[in-house]
Design a protein around this ligand. Structure first.
Ligand code: 13P
Length: 254
């Protein structure tokens, strides 16, 4: 099994699957099942912005962090409907997803915008989880590495990474997200190794935490975690239900 400093990262992106009540019910159920969480698991949950604070109140007590699914890069001002990195931080977030493929593709977020979000997260003490990945067309055109390189370079070139801050990159091939068509673990490993080398070139020194995301389930999680450069998973659909999430947790550690 491959881990980062002895820990596997199990990150749960609840997307827009759960309303306020449902989020709190799931958080409480997770808290009641804490005995199932082994010490070598680093867990974080990314609830909706509405439920993030109350979910954090429940989960922080059991050592589970919360994170934002998205953020805006200006701290305060007339930006109706937006929430800044500083606001998320003040509400108890430790992490923030930036550049999730649903943001990139459904909401047309550009690499430059992802960069601003990442910088903003870093500046206020949040740890960004930079999401990268190619579409099925880009993969078919043999452009997966080129696309991922551009996403990494635009987000990170010239940055002085803060001392002690985790550098987390999630490889989430777009075609594997929410489709049940998960990336073969050895293919994901090949891309992770590539990403690790690119990060070394871009940031000169780096010891990244690399997560795989895209149709992770209980029956495939262990295979990902057994790869040399896959330190954890970022799970969508299967993380928003108690049974499927606990199955992932159990299969990840045993
Ligand atoms: P699924 O696990 O539903 O495929 O989603 C993955 C994802 O987008 C996590 O951020």
């Amino acid at each position: 099994m491959s881990s980062k400093n002895g820990q596997f990262y199990l990150f749960a992106n609840w997307k827009m699957y759960l309303d306020f009540d449902e989020s709190n019910i799931l958080a409480n159920a997770l808290a009641q099942n804490t005995k199932k969480f082994s010490k070598n698991i680093k867990m974080a949950v990314f609830p909706s912005a509405l439920s993030l604070y109350s979910v954090g109140q429940v989960l922080n007590d059991i050592g589970v962090a919360v994170g934002a699914q998205n953020l805006y890069w200006v701290e305060k001002g007339g930006y109706t409907g937006e929430i800044s990195a500083q606001m998320y931080k003040a509400a108890g977030c430790q992490y923030a997803l930036v550049g999730h493929s649903e943001r990139r593709h459904l909401f047309k977020e550009t690499n430059d915008e992802v960069r601003k979000k990442l910088e903003s997260a870093l500046s206020c003490g949040l740890t960004p989880v930079l999401c990268v990945g190619e579409t099925d067309k880009q993969r078919a055109d043999n452009r997966a590495q080129e696309v991922v390189t551009e996403q990494l370079q635009t987000a990170l070139s010239g940055l002085a990474w803060p001392e002690g801050r985790e550098l987390i990159v999630a490889y989430e091939p777009v075609w594997a997200i929410g489709t049940g068509n998960n990336c073969i673990a050895s293919d994901a490993q090949t891309m992770h190794e590539f990403i690790k080398k690119e990060l070394e070139k871009i940031l000169f020194k780096s010891s990244p935490v690399l997560l795989y995301g895209g149709s992770v389930r209980g029956n495939n999680v262990a295979e990902y975690l057994s790869q040399t450069d896959i330190h954890g998973v970022l799970v969508g659909g299967a993380s928003a239900k108690l049974d499927s999430w606990l199955e992932i947790v159990e299969r990840a550690v045993f």
